[in-house]
Write a protein of this length. Structure first.
Length: 144
C-alpha cells in the first residue's frame, strides 16, 4: 500500500468530488424512501468501520491488486481489474441483499476501484466506502 496517499488525498479534486457525491446519493435515497431504519451501535460499527475495511482489503486490495498484475486493459482510467472486481463485489452482495440492492453497489464499487488504481492504495476506497455507509446508515437517525 502506498503510505504517501493519506496526506495528498484532499488535493485530488476527483476524490473530493467523490466524497461530495455521498450526500447527493443519500438525498436521493431519502426522496425514494429507501433508507434503512435506525441502527444500534453494534450494527453501526459493523457497517461504517468493519465492513468497509474488510471489503476494501479483500476486493480492492487483494482481488483488484492481483487482477491488475494479470490484466493490462484500461480505458480512460477504468481498468479491467476494477470492472471485474466490481462485478465480483455485486455478486458477493447478492448473498445478503436483494438483486436490486446488490446491483446498486456496482457504481460505488467502480468509484472505489478507480481511486484504488489512481492512488495505488486501498486507503482512498476505504475512506469513501466508510463515508458512503456512514451517511446511508446515520441519516435515518437525523430524519426522525
Amino acid at each position: 500500500m502506498n503510505t504517501n496517499t493519506a496526506p495528498t488525498l484532499y488535493k485530488d479534486p476527483l476524490w473530493v468530488a467523490a466524497l461530495l457525491c455521498g450526500p447527493i446519493a443519500w438525498y436521493a435515497l431519502v426522496l425514494a424512501d429507501m433508507l434503512p431504519g435506525t441502527l444500534g451501535i453494534v450494527l453501526l460499527v459493523r457497517f461504517v468501520l468493519v465492513q468497509p475495511v474488510l471489503e476494501e482489503l479483500v476486493f480492492r486490495g487483494l482481488l483488484q491488486g492481483w487482477l491488475r498484475e494479470k490484466l493490462r486493459w484500461q480505458w480512460r482510467g477504468m481498468t479491467a481489474a476494477n470492472l471485474l472486481t466490481s462485478i465480483a463485489f455485486v455478486v458477493a452482495h447478492l448473498v445478503y441483499q436483494s438483486p436490486a440492492w446488490a446491483l446498486a453497489v456496482f457504481i460505488p464499487s467502480l468509484v472505489f476501484g478507480y481511486f484504488r488504481d489512481r492512488h495505488d492504495s486501498v486507503l482512498p476506497s476505504i475512506i469513501l466506502h466508510a463515508w458512503y455507509n456512514a451517511g446511508f446508515f446515520l441519516l435515518p437517525n437525523f430524519m426522525d
